[in-house]
Design a protein around this ligand. Structure first.
Ligand code: IVH
Length: 686
């Protein structure tokens, strides 16, 4: 077949397959048999192999996966992904309605939807093509999981109809009960641990490195929110209906409500109806329909004021409490764990449940031997909510909390006003030491992949590492030949792990590479209590170096945006400990980044504050385009999706859309090429 002919046939096949996918996955109404569908697909695969230059990244053949993502890129959301405020009571729904009516008046209309229990996703489309899929992450930035998202058949790769050229869809990726059961059965057969619930299975699948494997997991996606600067609709409901015409799957269980009674009818219907759904929901979402009303109501830092989630009461069962054991965490916190007589709850067998802290045990008067109520409210670990006193054995004794650390025997302590007991032996208590080492090497910290939990255990047992800076003193001769014998358990045979040449080389290479991990992540890796990734980034950008951060007083720290008293106190206390000072000195000596690089300081400026940029066209690669977008944000600028009077600059690559160009000229908005944009930041081309 000649090239032109192949091109036409590929386009024909693509369109047919897309239409059949839509019929099957979105409309749930297939018009051809699986066999006929497979034949069309096979023809397309063959043609694309024969003419690789014609294979498009948006081709339906992409659905089978193939791409491996070693590490997911972090991407900043153009608009933060907020969460919803939750309620469990009718009163709070009434209060919400009252608040809305007070601002909007009585003409308000609501849309009630199901609250899907999966993983939130943001899908970016440009000119109708799926450019990117990003997880929610911390709401500000998430992981780029595009390759995996492309395997989900209810997510269109190309849109149809009258869609806006710049579009972001938000929705939920989830797994049906049927697929969850199939997957778990398969995992048990191959000796892998089954997933706890469909939500975890969906989340775990979306983060797999091999997209072919994701394609096998049969994830589903429904969209529940449309974002675009050029929407033709003035309300949520109509925009969702339009999205369905563009090729998205929307929930069929959606209802417009005029008053609180209609809202309660919807809640009641689904509180009962949920057990018949083929997937999990954990509540109902109530949204104000009109976009204008949404805008008037606005948002808080965390959630919109125009929406609320009503969460269903979780399922509960009663079982016997056999024992209470204790876990010691990385920060020394002691968590009591209930050992339960195994019981079936919401799809899984429960054997353990967290008891949180001593106060909770005391306030519920929980005793070993009691029958207790166990609930699973969407959490991974179930919790105990009460005691069935009618079944309490007469001989039962009140539970007394332990006074000494179960791991190192040190007397436990508690801070005034806090409920958690902790072991103060930070430098001598094994789970605390190992926990800090594990945190240091973890992916979001120093990302030393060649060292895992098992290997750290070996290093620890051989007394080679105690503090995080010890990693940088390890030598080849110390590591080679180290081994550990794991005895057989009832599930696994005995095995020996030993460090051979290749392993040792990899470990040392991983440690060496970690020396170039940027300062914000190093700061996070230090494992200061309450200093998570976001706080670490904030602090690094504010103080630029560990030395300056160490000089900061409590009073200074609390002036920094988003740093509260608890965090400030923990920073001052930790950074002034002699052990920590020594560690920091050693890390510096080893060459670990203890300050921002000149480049980072420059790029984290505010030069573009108050300016809105639209990045459009081709920059050689999708990666480069993302970098440019990231530079805008890092320098305090905002990203716009479509050209409007609010746009300050357009960064134009080659093949920028002619209509956009025209609009820019009409509005007198300056067009910058890549170099001109870099000049603006005072950078040279990479
Ligand atoms: S709307 C700005 N609608 O619930 C509002 N969210 O805590 C954005 N969710 O992260 C959310 N079903 O993952 C919305 N019909 C629905 C939903 C839904 C499930 C999830 C979503 C979000 C979380 C909110």
């Amino acid at each position: 077949m000649e090239l032109e002919h192949a091109r036409t046939r590929i386009e024909e096949l693509t369109e047919m397959i897309e239409q059949h996918n839509y019929n099957y996955y979105v409309l749930n109404a297939p018009t051809i048999s699986d066999y006929e569908f497979d034949k069309l697909m096979a023809e397309l695969i063959k043609l694309e192999k024969q003419f690789p230059q014609l294979a498009s990244p948006y081709s339906p053949t992409q659905r089978v996966g193939g791409e491996i993502t070693k590490e997911f890129q972090t991407v900043r959301h153009r608009t933060p992904m907020l969460s919803l405020s939750n309620t469990y009571t009718d009163t709070e729904i009434r209060d919400f309605d009252q608040r809305v009516r007070k601002t909007i008046g009585n003409e308000v209309e609501y849309v009630c939807e199901l609250k899907f229990d999966g993983v939130a996703i943001s899908l970016i489309y440009e000119d109708g093509k799926l450019i990117r899929g990003v997880t929610r992450g911390d709401g500000t930035q998430g992981d780029d999981v595009t390759a995996n998202v492309k395997t989900i058949r209810s997510i269109p790769l190309r849109l149809k109809g009258d869609f806006p050229s710049q579009l972001e869809m938000r929705g939920e990726i989830y797994m049906t009960h049927a697929e969850f059961n199939r997957l778990n059965q398969e995992r048990e057969e191959i000796g892998e641990i089954p997933f706890v619930n469909p939500r975890n299975a969906a989340a775990g699948s979306l983060k797999l490195q091999d997209s072919t494997e994701v394609a096998h997991r049969h994830l589903e996606c429904i969209v529940y929110y449309v974002l675009s600067d050029s929407l033709k609709y003035d309300n949520h409901y109509d925009s969702l209906m339009a999205a369905c015409n563009w090729g998205f799957r929307i929930s069929p269980y959606i209802s417009r409500c005029k008053n609180i009674d209609e809202i309660f009818d919807f809640i009641e219907e689904w509180n009962k109806g949920r057990e018949h759904l083929p997937f999990d929901i954990d509540g109902v979402v109530i949204k104000v329909n009109s976009f204008r009303h949404q805008q008037i109501l606005g948002t808080t830092a965390k959630s919109p004021r125009w929406a609320i989630a009503f969460k269903f009461q979780p399922e509960s069962v009663s079982t016997r409490l056999l024992n209470i054991s204790f876990q010691v965490g990385r920060t020394g916190a002691i968590t009591p764990v209930a050992e339960l007589e195994p019981v079936f709850l919401a799809g899984t067998t429960v054997k353990r449940a967290t008891l949180h802290n001593a106060d909770i045990i005391a306030s519920l008067d929980i005793r070993v031997g009691d029958y207790v109520f166990v609930e699973k409210g969407g959490e991974i670990i179930p919790k105990i909510t009460g005691v069935d006193f009618s079944k309490r054995p007469p001989s039962s004794q009140p539970f007394t909390f332990i006074e000494y650390c179960p791991e190192c025997g040190t007397p436990l302590r508690k801070n005034p006003g806090e409920a958690t007991w902790y072991c103060p032996n930070e430098t001598g208590c094994p789970p605390q030491i190992k926990g800090r080492l594990e945190h240091f090497i973890s992916r979001k910290a120093m990302n030393i992949e060649s060292l895992g939990e098992g290997r750290i255990e070996i290093l620890y047992e051989n007394r080679l590492v105690r503090k995080i800076s010890d990693f940088y003193k390890l030598t080849y001769n110390q590591l080679i030949g180290l081994k550990k014998v794991y005895p057989a358990t009832d599930k696994t045979p005995a095995r020996v792990v030993s460090f051979r040449e290749k392993t040792v080389e990899n470990i040392l290479k991983g440690i060496e590479q970690s020396k170039s991990v940027p300062f914000p992540r190093v700061l996070y890796a230090l494992g200061i209590r309450y200093v998570g990734e976001t706080v670490a980034r904030k602090l690094a950008l504010h103080y630029h170096s560990i030395d300056r951060l160490m000089q900061a007083s409590f009073e200074e720290l609390i002036l920094v945006d988003e740093i509260g008293e608890k965090i400030a106190e923990s920073i001052v206390k930790t950074l002034h400990q002699p052990e920590m000072k020594e560690i920091i000195e050693e890390l510096k000596k080893a060459g670990v980044q203890m300050s921002l690089s000149v480049e980072e300081k420059q790029t984290q400026g505010n030069i573009l504050a108050g300016k809105t940029f639209v990045v459009s066209g081709d920059f050689g690669s999708a990666e480069r385009r993302r970098e440019i977008e990231q530079m805008v944000v890092n320098n305090g600028g905002k990203l716009g999706t479509s050209v409007s009077s609010k746009t300050s600059f357009i960064v134009a690559g080659s093949q920028m859309g002619p209509s956009k160009k025209q609009k820019a000229i009409e509005l007198g908005i300056p067009l910058l090429n890549e170099q001109e944009f870099l000049d603006l930041l005072g950078k040279s081309h990479p």
